[in-house]
Design a protein around this ligand. Structure first.
Ligand code: SF4
Length: 96
């Protein structure tokens, strides 16, 4: 019987064309902290793009972004600037 690949194995087949000149995600640290959006981003992102330092600063590893848009839909106004990567950059899905 053939074993189907796990979600992790499927995601590992994707490739990401990193745009070194333009980050497609920026966090407004002050608004993110004040509204609780920072902690929310850390919890909801399926790719663990966001991290929180001990001082509350939110880090962004945009190279891991799946471009699902969840963070953009959930963030408080002004806490996040998110857009799709420029043409030719970002994730290239191998399955689906
Ligand atoms: S678009 Fe999706 S994968 Fe990318 S940072 Fe937002 S929640 Fe994470």
């Amino acid at each position: 019987m053939t074993r189907l690949p796990s979600i992790t194995e499927r995601l590992a087949r994707n490739t990401y064309h990193l745009d070194d000149d333009e980050n497609h995600i920026e966090v407004n640290q002050e608004i993110a902290r004040r509204t609780g959006t920072g902690k929310l981003l850390v919890r909801i992102c399926p790719a663990q793009v966001y991290g929180e330092a001990p001082d509350g600063t939110i880090s962004v590893n945009y190279a891991a972004c799946l471009e699902c848009g969840t963070c953009n839909a959930m963030a408080a106004p002004g806490a996040l600037i998110w857009h799709y990567p420029r043409g030719g950059f970002g994730i290239a899905y191998r399955e689906g």
